[in-house]
Design a protein around this ligand. Structure first.
Ligand SMILES: Nc1ncnc2c1ncn2[C@@H]1O[C@H](COP(=O)(O)OP(=O)(O)OP(=O)(O)O)[C@@H](O)[C@H]1O
Ligand SMILES: [Mg+2]
Length: 316
């Protein structure tokens, strides 16, 4: 790739982080991870309590890339067609017309996805994978870019359908925003005295430029040795003592792409082993099921992964 084009892609990535941080206070790592996921063409699962900035994060990203934004509140009575859209009969013209649902946005915030039935959840999750939605037998391509931020509230789980393990794999990362420190929370409150900074936020790029930046991520070089390293890490999760189920081949692909995004955000056109090390926990931890009834039961998947990464030989 031409150097100048690559440099401008790196600049775009850094500007996106900076722009979102005009609105989100004190969550640098989470914002960086969200931007990497966006650049890697992935989707994010945010597991967090209410009021920690999930909606603001999604809106800030949408504004930053001049994308159209939709939000769906998942509830028990939400139907798949409420997500995908419906075909409506046009009496005058004697044909069915497709009325697209919120799925046909660039940035879609799926709030409390665990409150809807598995069938409705699938209408979103399948579209994420296939980049299209089939309604009444007709396939409709989604918009590009297409970026989903789905949320699950880890409390009040009664009567909900927490995403099954198999569906976690559809998300490139799981993100937690979490509470702010006292100092940061005060800073946030002060920035809010004269209205929300979100309303003053302006775009950094448009959707076409985002796609170009995503393409630049795909062009970040990764050597065969480093691909082998990714594969060894992922395969190690499948034979690890303390892990019941390890990561899938989709996990491998996501780890490669996310590591490329990590390199780009660091201004490099090639992946280093550290990009992979740093990305592995973010990309793999939500895809593991920890085996109960062993010493490992007290460890969480991040701990198990850290150990595994330390033990896995790094290519020179
Ligand atoms: N880290 C943060 N930086 C800036 N603003 C924040 C942060 N955390 C929370 N807020 C502010 O708190 C308010 C609530 O945030 P938001 O609506 O995004 O929460 P949420 O996580 O979507 O909550 P819910 O689960 O109820 O939908 C907003 O005004 C938001 O700006
Ligand atoms: Mg919200």
């Amino acid at each position: 790739m031409h150097d100048e084009t690559f440099e401008s892609s790196c600049q775009v990535a850094a500007d996106l982080v900076g722009n979102v941080e005009r609105v989100i206070v004190g969550k640098h790592d989470a914002v960086v991870r969200a931007v990497k996921a966006l650049l890697a063409r992935g989707h994010i699962l945010v597991e967090d309590v209410p009021g920690v900035g999930k909606t603001v994060l999604a809106k800030a990203i949408a504004t930053s890339i001049q994308a159209d934004f939709k939000r769906v509140q998942f509830t028990a009575d939400l139907l798949p067609s409420d997500v995908t859209g419906v075909s409506i009969y046009d009496q005058h013209e004697n044909i069915f017309r497709f009325r697209p649902g919120p799925l046909f946005a660039h940035v879609l915030l799926g709030d409390e996805i665990n409150r809807a039935t598995p069938r409705t959840q699938s209408s979103l999750l399948e579209a994420m994978e296939e980049e299209q939605a089939t309604v009444d037998g007709v396939a409709h391509p989604l918009q590009r870019p297409f970026f989903v931020i789905a949320t699950q509230n880890p409390i009040e789980l009664e009567g909900t359908y927490p995403l099954p393990f198999a569906q976690m794999d559809r998300f490139i990362i799981r993100l937690r925003l979490g509470y702010l420190s006292a100092g940061e929370e005060a800073l946030m409150a002060k920035s809010r005295l004269h209205g929300s900074p979100l309303s003053a936020l302006t775009p950094v790029i448009d959707c076409a430029e985002l796609i170009a930046t995503q393409d630049a991520v795909c062009g970040v070089r990764i050597s065969d040795d480093l691909i082998d390293y990714v594969v060894r890490l992922v395969q190690a999760t499948r034979v690890e003592d303390g892990i019941e189920y390890g990561a899938s081949p989709r996990g491998t692909l996501d780890l490669v792409r996310y590591s490329q995004a990590t390199a780009l955000l660091d201004g490099r056109s090639y992946v280093l082993p550290d990009d992979i090390k740093e990305s592995a926990t973010a990309v793999l931890s939500h895809r593991l099921v920890i085996r109960r009834g062993t010493r490992r039961a007290t460890l969480n998947s991040d701990d198990v992964l850290h150990e595994l990464i330390e033990r896995t030989e790094v290519p020179l």
